[in-house]
Structure formats: structure tokens, C-alpha cells
Design a binder for this molecule. Structure first.
Ligand code: C2E
Ligand code: MG
Ligand code: MG
Length: 463
């Protein structure tokens, strides 16, 4: 608009009228896009954060409690990978609807990305009330989601951070709810965890552990210890099991129980497992060139390695490169890792066996395998799990299980090894019942490579 001076000193106003409805609508659309997730129509991270800022300010003014729930679907990636992204998207939409239906209308449900959702609970009487809402959400997942005409069950893990005890600003609240959610996953998924300050320490420790494990291979921090296997007939040293150790700087020797699960989760076990086989072969070579009688070495293989492409090629390549006789290597595979997909396992084990190595089933008795499967697997040895061996001499049902395993194995022409043998009584039982070999602290703890030359060649075995 402008003021114009017209001839004769008369003033007139000249104005323009522009229709801005289109522009307004476009601006609103942009605003919507910037604040809402297009797939689920839920507030996105930006808007969620804004709302949380308001809720926190309000709670501060009124001295209220508030809560943030961080929700992550369990195994969503598997749904996406196996059923396709279309179905994955549909599941996310249905989950959004269900979350909205479960919380109060004043609460904000947002999608923070991927399969991560979050809820703001304003005006809580007490922080614990957030747990009630979280449980309601968990229960709402008891009902199946119908995807493409098929019923599917999905669970979620939820972490809770409350204002004011767990954080005074949106950043801290979201971060701590996320940490609690992560803990819920670790505890087996499909559960709810309240944030505690120790969780943060644990999360930091875990992250550090993961990072230092990644460097451990390059920095040559892994090593193998070896534990003898002894013949129950004549006490002779007949084999050794290679057991992984990690010389973590500042932490001493770390036990595999602490780091193998993490290697498996991150998939890094595939590279480390390759290193283990290569190191075991190098040890055999070194023993032979040092004039020692080579004793077969058993190497543990994790379930994750069985699923990795190129396992058989990797094994064959290491045999070729090292020049070690494959018959001197045995792979220990746990019973439970073979039971997932038995048809594939038969094919894989056969290919491994064809490289000339031997195969044993580790921790036998814990994986519920049936005799029918055992017959199909091309294996040489069964290792009776430590938990049965422990009470073999005192618990009649453990004794019966051990006897049954030995008899069954022999009927299938398999060798039987008992692991975790600690006492003379256990050994006497095993000798009497025809178990072929024994391994355990009674003979020797796992020892470092430089002690191998001084291991006895024969151990005392009496029934
Ligand atoms: P596992 O294969 O069943 O190995 C036997 C475990 O029993 C070893 O624990 C060994 O030290 C322990 N043990 C041996 N004799 C006795 C005994 O008389 N009493 C008791 N209480 N324990 C005994 P370790 O070395 O801590 O290894 C634990 C597990 O970690 C192994 O169980 C195996 O599943 C895994 N592991 C070790 N090294 C490797 C590896 O190179 N690759 C993979 N994938 N897993 C490995
Ligand atoms: Mg083993
Ligand atoms: Mg074992």
C-alpha cells in the first residue's frame, strides 16, 4: 500500500489486493511437514522436543512431576527384512494408532525415528505413575497386529525418565529414557525399566568395551589358552581345547564369558573367530617344528559364525595357507546353535566335514536335540555339558542323563567327552560308564601356549 500525491494537491490512497490463501496453505503444509512424521502423522522429533520443553516449564512452575517414555519395538528390523518395507511401514502406522489409543488425550506421542517412539506424560502425581502407563502400553501389544491379512505379534521395550528426579531439561530426560530403554532390551526385551544413574555408568562402560574390543584385534590383544583332554582308558593327553582370552590393557586377562556375547551381538565374532582358527593352526605348526607330537586342537565356533557366508571357504583357506593337516582340527559347535535350522545345518556341517576336520557338539544335553537330528549331523564327538557332570556322582538323575548320553553316543558311533571334571568321584563315574575322554580342572586348567611343552603326556586315571 502506498500514499500517492496526485495533481492539484489531492491525496489518494492506492492499494493492491493479493489473494494469499494459496501461500498461507503452502506455508501451513511446510510447517506441518517440519513438525509431523509423514508416515504416522505423529509429532516428529522437533515438535516432540518443543512440547517437552513446554511440559517441563509448566511442571517447573507448578511443581508437578512429568515423565518421558522411550519405546522401541523389539526385532523390528527382522519384520522389515523378512516381510518387506511396505509391511514394516504398515506396522509402524498401527503401532502409532495403538499408542495414541492407550495414552490420555493430553499426552504427546511422537516418533523419534525408525521404530523409536516416545510419549510425554504431563502432570503425574508421582514419578512411579509413568510405570503404570508403560505397563499399559506393553499390555496393549498383547493383541496381534494384522498385517497383510496375517496376525503378527510384536513386543516393545520401554525406558522411563521422570521429571524432576531423572532430569530437568528435555535433552537429559530423552537421553536417560533412552538409556533405560537400552537396559530393558538387555534384560530380554518386552519389559519396562526406570532410569537409574548406575545405568549411565553401565552404558558408558559397555560402549567403551565395544570400542576397545574393536581395536583388540589390530592391537594383537587376543590370545589362546589350551586345556588338555585326557583319555579315560589310559590317561594319555589326546587333545586340547583352545579357549580365547583378551589381554585388555588395564584389566588383565578378560574371560570369554564377558566379551564373547558382545562380539556375537556386534557380529565381530566372525573376524575374531577367524583369528582363533588361524592362531590354533599356527600353534600346531609351532609344536610340530619344535619336535612335539602334535595333539589335535579343538576350536569353538559361535552360532553367528555358522550363519556367516564364506565360513567353509575361510576354513579351507586357513588350512591351505598354514599347511596344517585338517584332521588335527576339531570344531566345537554348541548344540543349541545347530537346532535353529537343522536342514541348513546338515548341509553346512557336511561341507565343513569335507574339508577334512572333525566336528563335536559342545554343551550337549542343554539344547533339546532329538536323536533323529543327531543321526543326520555328520559329527564325531559329543561333549557332555558341565552342568550334568557337576553332580554326576551325587545326583541320580544327572547320573542317569550322563549314562544315557554315553550309551546313545556309542550307538551312533560317536566319541563322548565330559567337560568340567573336577573331582576323582566324577572321573571314577565316567570311567565306569565308558565315557571316552575327560576335560577339567582335575587334570589342568587352561594354560598359556608357552606352558604346553611342560604339560604331562600321561595323567593318572583310576576308576
Ligand atoms: P566351552 O567351550 O564349554 O569351554 C569350556 C569352559 O569350561 C572354559 O571356560 C573352561 O575354562 C571351563 N572349564 C574347563 N574345565 C572346567 C572345570 O573343571 N570346572 C569349571 N567350573 N570350568 C571348567 P572359558 O575359557 O571361560 O570359556 C567359556 C566359554 O566361552 C566356552 O565354553 C566357549 O563357549 C566360549 N569360548 C571360549 N573361547 C572361544 C572362542 O575362541 N570362540 C568362541 N566362539 N567361543 C569361545
Ligand atoms: Mg568348547
Ligand atoms: Mg562346553
Amino acid at each position: 500500500m502506498r500514499l500517492a500525491q496526485v495533481d492539484g494537491g489531492k491525496r489518494e490512497i492506492v492499494g493492491y489486493l493479493i489473494d494469499i490463501t494459496e501461500k498461507k496453505r503452502f506455508e501451513e503444509q511446510l510447517l506441518h511437514l517440519a513438525h509431523y512424521d509423514s508416515l504416522t502423522e505423529l509429532p516428529n522429533r522437533v515438535l516432540f522436543y518443543d512440547r517437552l520443553t513446554q511440559v517441563v516449564a509448566q511442571a517447573e512452575r507448578n511443581q508437578w512431576n512429568a515423565g518421558v517414555l522411550f519405546i522401541d519395538l523389539d526385532r523390528f528390523k527382522a519384520v522389515n527384512d523378512t516381510l518387506g518395507h511396505g509391511i514394516g511401514d504398515e506396522l509402524l502406522r498401527q503401532v502409532s494408532a495403538r499408542l495414541n489409543a492407550t495414552v490420555r488425550s493430553g499426552d504427546t506421542v511422537g516418533r523419534l525415528g525408525g521404530d523409536e517412539f516416545a510419549v510425554i506424560l504431563g502432570e503425574l502425581h508421582q514419578p512411579q505413575d509413568a510405570g503404570i502407563v508403560a505397563q499399559k502400553i506393553i499390555r496393549s501389544f498383547d493383541e496381534a497386529f494384522t498385517l497383510n491379512g496375517r496376525d503378527m505379534f510384536v513386543t516393545a521395550s520401554i525406558g522411563i525418565a521422570a521429571y524432576p528426579p531423572d532430569g530437568l531439561d528435555p535433552d537429559t530426560l530423552i537421553k536417560n529414557a533412552d538409556t533405560a530403554m537400552y537396559r530393558a532390551k538387555q534384560l530380554g526385551r518386552n519389559n519396562v525399566q526406570f532410569y537409574t544413574p548406575e545405568m549411565n555408568n553401565r552404558a558408558v562402560e559397555r560402549l567403551e568395551l565395544e570400542m576397545s574390543l574393536h581395536r583388540a584385534l589390530q592391537r594383537d590383544e587376543f590370545l589362546l589358552h589350551y586345556q588338555p583332554k585326557v583319555s579315560t582308558r589310559n590317561g594319555k593327553l589326546v587333545g586340547m581345547e583352545a579357549l580365547l582370552r583378551w589381554a585388555r590393557p588395564g584389566h588383565g586377562l578378560v574371560s570369554p564369558a564377558e566379551f564373547i556375547p558382545i562380539l556375537e551381538e556386534t557380529g565381530f565374532i566372525v573376524q575374531v573367530g577367524e583369528w582363533v582358527l588361524r592362531a590354533a593352526c599356527a600353534q600346531l605348526k609351532a609344536s610340530i617344528s619344535g619336535g612335539l607330537r602334535p595333539v589335535p586342537i579343538a576350536v569353538n565356533l559361535s552360532a553367528r559364525q555358522l550363519q556367516s557366508a564364506g565360513l567353509v571357504d575361510m576354513v579351507r583357506k586357513i588350512f591351505d595357507e598354514s599347511g596344517v593337516d585338517p584332521a588335527l582340527i576339531e570344531l566345537e559347535i554348541t548344540e543349541s546353535s545347530l537346532m535353529h535350522n537343522t536342514d541348513e545345518a546338515v548341509v553346512l556341517l557336511t561341507a565343513l566335514k569335507n574339508t577334512g576336520l572333525r566336528i563335536s557338539i559342545d554343551d550337549f544335553g542343554t539344547g533339546y536335540s532329538s536323536l533323529a537330528y543327531l543321526k543326520r549331523f555328520p559329527v564325531d564327538t559329543l561333549k557332555i555339558d558341565r552342568t550334568f557332570v557337576r553332580d554326576i556322582a551325587v545326583d541320580e538323575s544327572d547320573a542317569a542323563i550322563a549314562r544315557a548320553i554315553i550309551t546313545m553316543a556309542h550307538q551312533l558311533s560317536l566319541k563322548v567327552v565330559a567337560e568340567g571334571v573336577e573331582t576323582e568321584e566324577q572321573l571314577a563315574f565316567l570311567v565306569k560308564n565308558g565315557c571316552d575322554e575327560a576335560q577339567g580342572f582335575l587334570f589342568s586348567r587352561p594354560v598359556p601356549a608357552d606352558s604346553l611343552a611342560s604339560l604331562p603326556k600321561v595323567y593318572l586315571v583310576t576308576a
